[in-house]
Design a binder for this molecule. Structure first.
Ligand code: COS
Length: 386
């Protein structure tokens, strides 16, 4: 997308977020539901297809361009982004990065339009951080695979048309090499979706268990057509996803700062607005500094990703810093609000709970630390500088 069009799109999205979505935040949280007209408006804006190439009817943004829009989306409740986030990121990217031409042609246009929702099914009851240990089994029978197992906390599972599913095709290989990625249609007999989970925050966005009981999937649905590549596909998807989530953290931090500054200017104590107090100012300044640092990191890593550089380590640096950063910013925003910050009338109370997820999903902070340190040690071993 050329620079001017991207800037116009960003400004249009900013208006949409602030004029249409922000006023609905409380309603969405109270009702745990996003109104259908908002879903339609998001589809009309092309938000389901941000990252999908134009040849498949998406907006065709590269990651550097996408994150500029995600900074804007972060300004409002993350539940809105979740609605189309799996189509933009973890649900579609496996197909886009590693899929066959037929798989791309079949699914990407329908994901770009929002007609079909894609969910990413990796996590299991006993496989979270240790993603290579998935136990869901895919057993070959003729030109099909029969899938048995359970996936957990799967975002958008209740609405999914397809799952990009990671399952073990080689029971003798207990590690990453035994895992294969499949495209599985949600309507396949043998698939049951559990009741939506009751979460701490992000109401309006739904996760659920997905149970596979002898679900038959054509062998042609292996992403990329080769067994044993599924873990790598998942990791590539997550590299990208971690940068997308980092941009969400930046946007959310900027919103929290906006709320904190507005409140501090209004709220009077000891005869003056609390914004005049240096202890309040210190909290504001720390928040702004950290949010700015995260914005710069995410931009740098996303630009490098867009030129084809391997930024696995930098993606983890961004996810680690940005998610922890927004946690600290949310905490300060509540602190600046005082007792009001603990009350549901104020957006910061909801954001405080919503942003807690960023430190957990798409790899916990501890997993990011491991990815970063491993890469550092590998580079040192190879004698690389940097
Ligand atoms: N891109 C491409 N390939 C990658 C990769 C990446 N980012 N990361 C790892 N791989 C490859 C490795 O190169 C290795 O390939 P070879 O066997 O050919 O050498 C293979 O994948 C296995 O990698 P590794 O040995 O590092 O795997 P581990 O089991 O040690 O796991 C961690 C690595 C812990 C980093 C991984 O399991 C992880 O990211 N866990 C968190 C999962 C997560 O984010 N869950 C959230 C669910 S989605 S909301």
């Amino acid at each position: 997308m050329d620079k001017d069009t991207l800037e116009q799109t960003r400004l249009m999205l900013r208006r949409f977020v602030r004029e249409r979505l922000v006023p609905l935040e409380k309603q969405v949280a109270d009702e745990d539901h996003i109104p259908d007209e908002i879903r339609r408006a998001c589809a009309e804006l092309g938000l389901f297809g941000l990252s999908i190439p134009e040849e498949y009817d998406g907006l065709g943004l590269n990651l550097a361009e996408e994150i500029e829009l995600v900074f804007e989306l972060g300004w409002t409740s993350p539940a809105f982004r979740s609605m189309f986030g799996t189509n933009v990121g973890i649900g579609s990217q496996g197909i886009l990065i590693d899929g066959t031409p037929e798989q791309k042609q079949t699914w990407l246009p329908r994901l770009a339009s929002g007609e079909v929702i894609a969910s990413f099914a990796l996590t299991e009851p006993d496989a979270g951080s240790d993603a290579a240990s998935v136990r869901t089994r895919a057993e070959r029978q003729g030109d099909h695979y029969v899938i048995n197992g359970a996936k957990r906390y799967i975002t958008n599972a209740p609405y999914a048309g397809i799952f990009t599913l990671m399952a073990r095709t080689d029971p003798d290989n207990k590690g990453a090499g035994g895992v294969t990625a499949f495209i599985v249609e949600a309507g396949t007999p043998g698939i049951t979706i559990g009741k939506p989970d009751r979460k701490m925050g992000q109401r309006g966005s739904h996760t659920a268990d997905v149970i596979f009981d002898n679900a038959k999937v054509p062998a042609a649905n292996i992403i990329g057509g080769r067994e044993g590549q599924g873990f790598k596909t998942a990791m590539k998807v997550l590299d990208r996803g971690r940068l997308h989530i980092s941009a969400m953290c930046v946007g959310a931090a900027e919103r929290l700062i906006h709320e904190a500054v507005s409140f501090a200017r209004e709220r009077r104590q000891f005869g003056q607005p609390i914004a005049e107090f240096q202890l309040i100012q210190a909290m504001l300044a720390d928040s702004r500094t950290e949010a700015y640092a995260a914005r710069c990191m995410v931009r740098d890593a996303a630009k490098r990703y867009a030129t084809g550089e391997n930024v696995s380590m930098e993606a983890s640096c961004c996810k680690y810093f940005a998610s922890e950063m927004v946690g600290r910013v949310a905490d300060r925003a509540v602190q600046i609000h005082g007792g009001a910050g603990y009350m549901q009338e104020y957006a910061v109370e909801r954001f405080y709970r919503d942003v807690r997820l960023f430190r957990l999903y798409e790899g916990t902070s501890q997993i990011q630390q491991i990815v970063i340190a491993r890469q550092m040690l590998r580079q040192a071993e190879a004698g690389a500088e940097g």
